[in-house]
Each structure stands twice: as C-alpha cells, then as structure tokens.
Write a protein that binds this ligand. Sequence first.
Ligand code: SAH
Length: 348
Amino acid sequence: MQTIYDLNMKQMEEMLASLGQKSYRAKQLYSWLYRKRVLTFEEMTDLPAALIAQLRQNYCIMPVELIEKQVAKDLTAKYLFRLQDGSTIETVLMHFNFGKSVCVTSQVGCNMACTFCASGLLKKQRDLTAGEMTGQIMFVQKELDSQNARVDNIVVMGTGEPFDNYDHVMDFCKVVNSDHGLAIGARHITISTCGIVPKIRQFAEEHYQYNLAVSLHAPNDEMRRKLMPVAKAYPMDELMGALKKYSEENHRRLTFEYILLKGVNDSSACAVELADLIRGMNAYVNLIPYNEVDENGYRTTDEKSALRFYDVLMKHGVKATLRTKHGDDIDAACGQLRAKHERNKTAS
Ligand code: SAH
C-alpha cells in the first residue's frame, strides 16, 4: 500500500480534490503527519469520518518497520528497516556538535559498483519512493520526540545513488524542507552523488538550494575509473565542467568527498594533484576515513598519512576537513549491516 508520505503538498491537494475535499484539508493533513506526527488516520480528529475511511483504504502512514537497531559507543545509531515489499534498507543517526544528522537511503541496493563500497555488493533492486525516504526520517524523528530533540540535518548519503532516482529524491526533499512539513532548511539538506553529470546539470538549472556533495575519491581519471566505474561514463573534465556551472549559477559551496585509502589515493602527490584540480572552485574537501569492508582488500589510511594529506591540501590553498570516524564499533560502513542481514537470510 502506498504511504501518504509520498505526496508533496501539491499532490496532496490534488488527491483531496479528487475525493471532493477542499484544498485546506491538505495543510490539516500535513500538520497531523509532520507536526503532531500521528501514525494512524483515526487520530486526525478534525477530518470528516468519511475522509478518514477513504484515506485508510488507499494509504498507509509509516512505510518502514524496524528489524534491528545497533547503537555505537558514540551513540551513532544504525537502523535496519523492512519496507512493505520485504526489501531491507539502512538509515543512520549521527550526533554532531552542530546537531543530529540522519543519513538516508535512496535505493534498495546500488548499481554504481564503486569497488570500495559495501552497498554495491547488492545490486539495485528498485528506487525508493519519496515517502519511503520521508518514512526513514519520520521513524527517527518519532524516537527523538521522546527526548525533545529533532532531526537537524539530512544527508542523502545512504545506500543508492540519489541522482539515479532524481525525481523521488527531489520530492522527498520538498516534503522535509516544506514549512508545512518538517521545515528542515535547504542548507541543512545535503545530496551526495557519485557524479552523474546530466543530473548535476539539471540540479544546477533547477536552482535547488540543497547542498551538493560529490564523491570524488581520486584526483585523475585513471585512478577514479579503477575505484568508480561511473567515471568511465562521465570523465573528470565533464564532471568538473558541470560542477563549475552549478557553482556559478547557484553561488553555493560544493563539497568534495574523498575517502583516504591506504596506498591507493593517499600519497602527497595525489594531494597536490587534487589541489590543482579544484583550486579556485568554491569548494572544500571532506576527507573521510575509510570504514573497512571484509569483502574487498582496501585499508584505512593511518592517521599520520591522513594529516599529511590534509596539510598538503591546505598548503596548496584548498580548504579541507578531516572527519573523525563515527560508529566504528558497529556495522557502520554503507550497506554493511544490510549486506550481513541479506547474507544470513540466504544462509538460513
Ligand atoms: N551514491 C552517492 C551516495 C551514497 S555513498 C555517492 O556516491 O556519493 C555516500 C558516501 O559514502 C560516498 O562518498 C561513498 O563513496 C562513501 N562510502 C562508501 N563506502 C564507504 C566506506 N566503506 N567507508 C567510508 N565511506 C564510504
């Protein structure tokens, strides 16, 4: 059954009109869903009983069901959810000093096949709907409600490639960003892409104010192709061209994500090459410690080399942050918990 979280405000108004209802009911419904955060239609006491019955017939509210939750010592929480068709997905809650961030999954599995990533171990089965992404946020927000806390930031950095599911991801962002929805500011929503150039161009043209992060992970095509097959379809010069267009048109600062892999992309020479590549762009580099995955041979760069890489970037005029690890003691690598769950399912 479709979740009512799928509907952005306009779609909600259209749906209600088709049931012969006035458009103000859409705001009422939004308020019940995203302010009062009820999980049944029966609780929406100012709606007519006939409408409640129709809504119940056509929609569910919460589309995700918790299978397992792991909490790390630093309180990073990883949720393994079941969707209504039985697919499983992961969502992560991280506690930063700038607020609580939720990392959202956008697809069941992923087809991008980055060689270092656990998500790609399971091929894409389908795209998530907008409501299935909103559901992940609402589930975590309902938990936070009991602590009087809220989801401050959203990162679309879970399993999947958001720009391979563009329309649903944009609809999801509209709902959580809407003043009538969760009212999470556009600057607090980040979409991370592996570099699907036509969609970056579309995103630039549509002037969305969400933050854009790009998984770069290598300073040149040769190295990037080995790590990320998407680089074969969209080479570096095309990618950089699209990103420059985005920066110019939107006056927004870009984030480049760069996982430090021991002996692969972490040399000083790589840092210099990276600095040359992006110098002058309105961008900074987020250096990410690698979460090791059993299935491949990649190793995390040691702290000393990570700091050296960071220093070289700074010396060459490129701003960077060196992220600390979160949820080290749980299956925190993208797709790791789900991959384990799916393996156990086939084994049993
Ligand atoms: N497909 C999108 C979003 C999902 S991946 C993208 O590629 O950006 C989110 C980020 O996590 C990407 O930068 C990805 O490269 C990184 N990542 C994947 N596996 C990782 C691992 N084991 N350790 C650290 N980062 C990882």
